[in-house]
Design a protein around this ligand. Structure first.
Ligand code: LMR
Length: 398
């Protein structure tokens, strides 16, 4: 028998698989609302000008390609800590450490390995629904997962269900919270809801693991970090995974970080020693380019201003597209049924379309959504909202 004779074929990733199917579709009018990438009015995923300018500086001035250390670029770490935590005293108190990772997914995997090795017996609790990779990545790292409700059968946020479920989670377990722009639903908790979640997390002595992958895409850079800042101030310890894919447009550069907040500098040093040792086994040292670009942008007043303007432009475009889609659905009498699209935040919308309706849109109109009904609103074409609304009306009529 040959060595691979018994290797079984497994299904492909639902999000990346849809991206491939879209690319292979020859229809000229096709529309990709699948994978979460931002698109501009021309349908391109742009490289922000601030990023291009920073890259140009690096091409001319980067002194070496020698390895960065196990935790990555220290300047990137400091600037990203500030971006997330604002003027919090925690970094100055030696309680915050960043480990640079290959993308936000790398940060999640590192967090998974850390939980499995250093917090044995703890379960990780995920929102139902959550990003599909959360469901597979943590078990692959050896962390058992459970679920808390997030949206009800009416496709609306279920805060009482969420709070009641958190109350039942065994003390000491880890709870994954989407800091903003919940993926896949787009439904975010209000500041008052976050306060309620914090009370339960504190009372149950749970460890929060925030996934912050869309800072700047919801209500603004500071507003999108408000839950992380609230919890950081109130709790002795937590983990935060960061991604620069979306807000810096650095998708393929795989730029992210795992941020640790510990009760004091000596606990932080112990945790960081573990992370460095685990990262060495996973990817040795992180890729440098994306983090060097981010540090260049955040560390330079003019580039930072330009980047913030560009990010704000992306955020505003998504809000306009959400409202535009509802307006386009109005003549079909569907504006009230889809009004939640304007309440959601960030790239994604749980539209409420069923798998059958999604498959009809794909087959009949070349419109690609995930079968869960998740649409990447940032992929909408403002010029074609009318035809999309007509297609939705055709498949969504009861
Ligand atoms: C998504 O959910 O579409 C994005 O986070 C991209 C990805 O890697 O899945």
């Amino acid at each position: 028998m040959t060595p691979f004779a018994k290797v079984e074929r497994v299904p492909g990733d639902p999000i990346l698989g849809l991206m491939e199917a879209f690319r292979a579709d020859p229809r000229p009018g096709k529309l990709d609302l699948g994978v979460g990438v931002y698109r501009d009015a021309e349908g391109r995923t742009p490289i922000p000008r601030a990023v291009k300018l920073a890259e140009q500086r690096l091409v001319d001035g980067e002194p070496t390609k020698a390895y960065v250390g196990g935790h990555g670029d220290a300047r990137f770490g400091e600037l990203m800590s500030r971006l997330v935590l604002g003027d919090s005293p925690l970094p100055g108190a030696g309680r915050v450490g960043l480990t640079q990772t290959p993308g936000g997914t790398g940060a999640l995997r590192l967090a998974g390995d850390f939980i499995a090795r250093c917090l044995p017996g703890r379960r990780l609790w995920l929102s139902d629904p959550t990003w599909p990779i959360h469901e597979t990545l943590f078990p692959a790292a050896g962390v058992p997962v459970g679920h808390y409700p997030y949206v009800g059968a009416d496709n609306r946020l279920d805060v009482p269900g969420l709070l009641a479920a958190l109350e039942r989670i065994p003390s000491g377990d880890v709870v994954l919270l989407h800091a903003c722009c919940h993926n896949p639903t787009g439904f975010d908790l209000s500041p008052a809801h976050w306060q309620q979640v914090l009370e339960v997390v504190r009372a149950r002595e749970l460890l929060p693991l925030f996934d912050l992958a869309y800072q700047g895409f919801g209500d603004g850079l500071a507003q999108d970090a408000c839950a992380v800042r609230l919890f950081a101030e109130a709790l002795p310890a937590m983990l935060v995974t960061l991604s620069c894919s979306k807000n810096f447009g650095l998708y393929r550069e795989r730029t992210g970080a795992l941020m640790v907040i510990a009760e004091d500098a000596s606990r932080l040093a112990a945790v960081r020693s573990q992370l460095a040792s685990m990262a060495r086994n996973l990817w040795s040292t992180p890729p440098s380019h994306g983090a060097a670009v981010v540090a260049e942008v955040l560390g330079d007043d003019a580039l930072r201003r330009l980047w913030e303007e560009e990010l704000d432009g992306m955020r505003r475009r998504i809000v306009t597209l959400r409202q535009g889609l509802i307006e386009a659905l109005r003549p079909h009498g569907l504006d009230a049924r889809f009004a939640h699209i304007a309440e959601q935040r960030g790239m994604f919308s749980y539209t409420g379309l069923t798998a059958d309706q999604v498959l009809r849109l794909r087959a009949e109109d070349g419109v690609y959504l995930l079968e869960t009904g998740r649409a990447n609103v940032a992929g909408l074409d403002a010029e074609r909202l009318g035809s999309l609304a007509a297609a939705i009306a055709r498949v969504a009529r009861l």
